[in-house]
Design a protein around this ligand. Structure first.
Ligand code: IVH
Length: 709
């Protein structure tokens, strides 16, 4: 590394030292990429520098607004961090020109209208961050200079990209949850946080402290994020750019019922104000949180020195894509808490911790064409067809462009050189256009006025950004609908995958999900590459799906806005499908878990004759349309038994396992305590399984649960 020595001397401990080095090494820093070259040139011209600082402050404030208030960032975290680093460097050079409200000293989140504002008893700080391991070495040197070396260890934790929250427990009871806000005041989001199933309402201890404020991160696991976006796209709603935005946008909902539909999770990693408890080390803090039933990181590294931290960081980086949540780096904290006060704080962050962030994984490629995909509800989605390129370890050839507005906003043309990123590792996205590489041969794109699959008319419904094909019989819609209908979370028809669905629709064997139940063995056998055994298996799977629980049938129908969880809520209130079909919007809306939009969508669904007809045909084919849950709520084999689910089960999603346990009279809770009867553990089970073992609570795998059921 040719610039290693100057990077190492670029000590970023304090702004003053930073300043000296910046001046001395300006040329090299430019090459490291912390500060952009054109800005360095401006450095010797005081009035230019003043203007640049003002410009940066305005820019950063605007981006804070996009990121925090709107949950719609306009630039990448990396680019944002570069702007802040540039401003910090200029401010260090001109300490006399730094206004008190400068964004380098403030956390950018203003209160959200509609939420009560809470003052934090202990400020909620941010973390200093770096993209450079040499700066970690400098961090270590600074820490060691200030505190005696003999008693100094580090802890490394994954850095989840989510939303910072504080969780107040008074005498063991969860009484208040809030966002960070500007660090001093945040939004009271207690009711929204209470919908997170893994967050315990009470701490699992007989001797809770008078006060414990847990600091942690709310996030949306990658799988939940993908399915939430699928549902939103299918319902014609805008999609979230990444899991962080989805989590932030969800916590800003004024209606907790909407939040309950969002697959949110939380992890605790620090404490704020405490009364009646003290922790000597960070490790002890984490162990205590875990013992008391709070979710903590499944994996942390205890590192005797910075070399170990660097090795652990490599390990973390190697496994970064294996976590169920999005990771944007690692957080390094001093383990011995007694030095925290000694080391102190900058305006925004503690000096005893630092975040190491990963460079975004992005690549440049050519956008060859824009094609149109037609979804289950007829929505037309433009898709970028790319020159294949490797990002975050996998080859990307296609990326969603969401809708026409998005293409306009990013000014994307066919033939452009574009930057692609894995939006939160999960979904490839075109993040920007290399406009300087335009040749003049690029073509603008316009959405079609006819459905590219069936030629039917395309419309834009009021209040929606998306265009839709209005033809319910459109083969593209039908294929997507059948995929949804047969999916594991819905009717769970094993073996009925994409390839078979394509053929069934293209050969006009199936025009509605109800037709699946009319197909005979010969018809299945007539499909390409279908042997006798496969035909029998799929026939059997179709037959088995007739006995599915009512909520699955409701979910499989594909009513706009109705996810699996809402379907379960509906089953809890209606004994059968007829009762649900007779429900008025007012009646539906009165249910705890159903909001006005969903209520209207359900009601409207039944006003369409084809949908009523579908239900009649499903019933005639022998599909279960009554709730077993209401039939025997107090008598199932698991009556009065409490379960905790953890990890990934081989066949069932957690929602399915939950539904089955509840259907059998059992109860599912979020945290393990002495009151838990069984812990059902799948792959990657974490702290809950350890806790079950500690408390001698029987653990089961999926097969064991099936036996009980
Ligand atoms: S500790 C006073 N630990 O990253 C220190 N933060 O970029 C409080 N974050 O504001 C933060 N994972 O929202 C800490 N293991 C972790 C974290 C973590 C994610 C977030 C947090 C923080 C931000 C800084």
């Amino acid at each position: 590394m040719p610039f290693a020595s100057c990077q190492r001397s670029f000590d970023w401990r304090t702004k003053q030292v930073h300043l000296l080095d910046l001046r001395r090494h300006a040329r090299h820093i430019l090459l490291i990429g912390t500060v952009r070259s054109d800005k360095i040139k401006a450095m010797n011209n005081p009035s230019k520098e003043r203007r640049r600082m003002e410009e940066l402050r305005t820019l950063i404030r605007q981006h804070n607004q996009h990121y925090y208030q709107d949950a719609q960032p306009a630039i990448s975290d990396r680019d944002y961090d570069s702007l802040v680093a540039e401003l910090a460097a200029l401010e260090a050079e001109h300490p006399g020109q730094v206004p008190t409200g400068t964004p380098t000293r403030e956390i950018g989140e203003a209160p959200t209208p509609g939420f009560r504002t809470v003052a934090h008893r202990v400020p909620m700080m941010s973390l200093a961050n770096t993209y450079d391991t040499d700066e970690l070495v400098a961090f270590d040197a600074r820490v060691r200079k200030q505190v005696p070396a003999a008693m100094l260890h580090y802890m490394l934790e994954p850095k989840i990209d989510g939303v910072a929250v504080t969780l107040r427990y008074e005498r063991g009871r969860f009484t208040l949850g809030a966002t960070r806000g500007d660090g001093r005041n945040g939004d009271d989001i207690t009711r929204n946080l209470a919908t997170i199933q893994t967050l315990p309402a009470t701490l699992d201890t007989d001797h809770p402290p008078a006060l414990l404020e847990v600091r942690g991160e709310v996030f949306m696991p990658k799988a939940g994020f993908v399915s939430l976006n699928e549902r939103r796209a299918a319902a014609g709603q805008s999609v979230f750019a990444n899991p962080r935005n989805a989590a932030a946008g969800s916590l800003k909902q004024l209606d907790p019922a909407v939040v309950a539909e969002r697959p949110l999770d939380v992890i605790g990693y620090a404490v704020g104000d405490c009364e009646g408890i003290e922790f000597q080390t960070h490790q002890e803090l984490l162990d205590t949180l875990q013992q008391w039933g709070l979710p903590v990181h499944p994996r942390v590294w205890h590192c005797p020195d910075m070399d170990d931290v660097l090795i652990a960081l490599q390990e973390l980086q190697a496994m970064r894509h294996d976590f169920p949540f999005e990771l944007d780096g690692g957080v390094i904290k001093l383990n011995e808490r007694k030095w925290y006060e000694e080391l102190g704080y900058t305006a925004k962050s503690p000096r005893w911790a630092v975040a190491y962030k990963y460079e975004p994984e992005r690549a440049e490629t050519t956008l060859n064409a824009i094609t149109i995909q037609v979804g289950r509800t007829g929505i037309l989605t433009p898709v970028a067809e790319l020159e294949p390129v490797t990002v975050a370890g996998s080859t990307i050839q296609r990326a969603t462009l969401h809708n026409e507005d998005e293409i306009r906003r990013k000014d994307i043309m066919i033939g452009d050189r574009v930057w692609v990123e894995k939006a939160g590792e999960v979904i490839p996205a075109v993040v920007g256009v290399c406009k300087e590489k335009r040749t003049g041969r690029e073509q603008p794109f316009a959405m079609p006025s006819q459905c590219p699959v069936c030629g039917g008319p395309v419309t834009r419904r009021e209040g929606e950004v998306a265009l839709r094909c209005e033809n319910r019989q459109c083969p593209a819609q039908l294929k997507q609908w059948l995929r949804h209908f047969a999916a594991r979370g819905a009717m769970d028809i094993d073996g009925l995958g994409e390839v078979l669905i394509e053929q069934l629709v293209d050969r006009e064997l199936v025009q509605s999900p109800a037709d699946l139940y009319q197909l005979d063995r010969w018809q299945w056998l007539s499909l390409d590459r279908m042997g006798e055994k496969s035909a029998d298996n799929v026939l059997q799977a179709v037959a088995a799906s007739k006995a599915r629980d009512l909520w699955r049938v409701i979910f499989a129908l594909g009513i706009p806005h109705v996810g699996a969880r809402s379907a379960q809520a509906l089953e809890a209130h209606y004994p059968d499908l007829d009762a649900l079909m007779a429900a008025t919007p007012t009646e539906l809306e009165a249910l705890e878990d159903i909001g006005p939009i969903m209520a209207q969508a359900i009601y409207s669904f039944w006003t369409v004759a084809a949908n009523r007809d579908l239900v009649a045909r499903l019933k005639a084919a022998g599909i279960n349309t009554t709730s077993r849950r209401q039939a025997r709520p107090d008598t199932g084999p698991l009556h009065e038994k409490t379960f905790v689910l953890t990890g990934t089960l081989p066949n069932w999603t957690r929602d399915e396992a939950r539904a089955r346990i509840e259907a059998a009279g059992g109860k599912v809770t979020g945290s393990v305590s002495r009151k838990t009867d069984y812990v059902v553990a799948g792959d990657n089970a974490g702290s809950k399984l350890d806790k079950a073992r500690d408390l001698n609570i029987p653990t089961l795998d999926e097969a064991g649960l099936q036996d009980l059921l």
